[in-house]
Design a protein around this ligand. Structure first.
Ligand SMILES: [Zn+2]
Length: 300
């Protein structure tokens, strides 16, 4: 067994972390005041995950204090894992809990400054495809123009219907120099990754593991210098890959692609960046030295 502590003490990024679900279950339970039955467990896919969110975690997040607590718990657990740069996603829906755009911006600023001596927290604006496009169209431009968000992300069902409704938001992000990311290729195929990267002019892809099945798509991502923020534990727990030793991250890495190792939703998948690094060494996918070099390149 590889010692996790060696990876904890090594500087690293977590660039795929949904902060509302970004804390350990052990951190969440005392705050939430309840247990989620038979949890964490391997899930059959995103629909089962969303059932748990709808039944347990979403109803527990009601007001601004809840948002503050959840984000703070996630940042503390990232610090505990030795994460030095955190591109942490803040869901646009939190405008509701905070009672407006300005209170959310003030809250993010407050949290950012609270942890600034311990971690380089770069707030990311996360948008759910199913949240409601009218609100997103009203709120996202104001949030992006605040200068507080360093990246933007889009998630939800991996379908392309309706993505045109986000095009102007990605164009604005591009103009403002905000890094453009989106979720794709977790379950969807390689060509869907190419199409989304082209359509939104993405710089980074959240997941993107589907690219491993198509050499021409890997070459396309390489040519465009795209970074993939890969979450091996998430992929195993959501049954996107059968087991860690069969994970396509090695193939992506061997193709020369820039990959980082990220948590996705620590609450659900229960593996920090450092633990995943140790696990990937233990299953023989990478040597320790390769992982250290991957971590260093992720920060470059
Ligand atoms: Zn994700």
């Amino acid at each position: 067994m590889t010692a996790v502590s060696e990876f904890i003490s090594h500087p690293k990024i977590d660039a795929h972390n949904h902060l509302n679900l970004g804390m350990r279950y052990a951190s969440y339970v005392p705050w939430a005041g309840f247990y989620i039955p038979n949890f964490p467990r391997v899930l059959s896919g995103l629909p089962e995950m969303h059932e748990i969110i709808a039944q347990y975690t979403r109803p527990r997040c009601v007001d601004e204090k809840d948002v503050q607590d959840l984000i703070s718990l996630a940042i503390k657990d990232a610090i505990a894992d030795g994460v030095t740069v955190l591109e942490g996603s803040i869901d646009i829906g939190f405008v509701n809990q905070c009672g407006g755009i300005d209170p959310l911006l003030k809250l993010v600023e407050k949290i950012h400054s609270k942890f600034s001596s311990e971690i380089n927290f770069k707030p990311e604006l996360g948008m759910g495809k199913t949240f409601g496009i009218e609100k997103i169209q009203t709120w996202a431009p104001v949030l992006l123009e605040s200068g507080l968000f360093k990246s933007i992300d889009l998630y939800g069902p991996e379908i392309e219907d309706g993505i045109e409704e986000f095009k102007n938001i990605y164009e604005l992000a591009g103009k403002l120099g905000i890094k453009r990311k989106a979720h794709v290729g977790e379950f969807s195929d390689a060509n869907s990754i190419r199409r989304l990267v082209e359509y939104f002019e993405l710089e980074d892809v959240q997941h993107g593991i589907g690219a491993a099945k198509d050499d021409s798509v890997m070459q396309f991502l390489l040519d465009r210098n795209i970074t993939l923020h890969v979450c091996p534990a998430s992929n195993v727990m959501l049954s996107a890959v059968p087991s860690l030793d069969k994970h396509p991250i090695r193939k992506l890495y061997d193709a020369g692609l820039k990959v980082t190792i990220a948590t996705d939703d620590l609450l659900f998948f229960n593996k920090s960046v450092s633990e995943q690094c140790a696990d990937l060494v233990d299953v023989g996918m990478f040597t320790k030295e390769e992982i250290f070099s991957l971590m260093d390149k992720s920060l470059a």
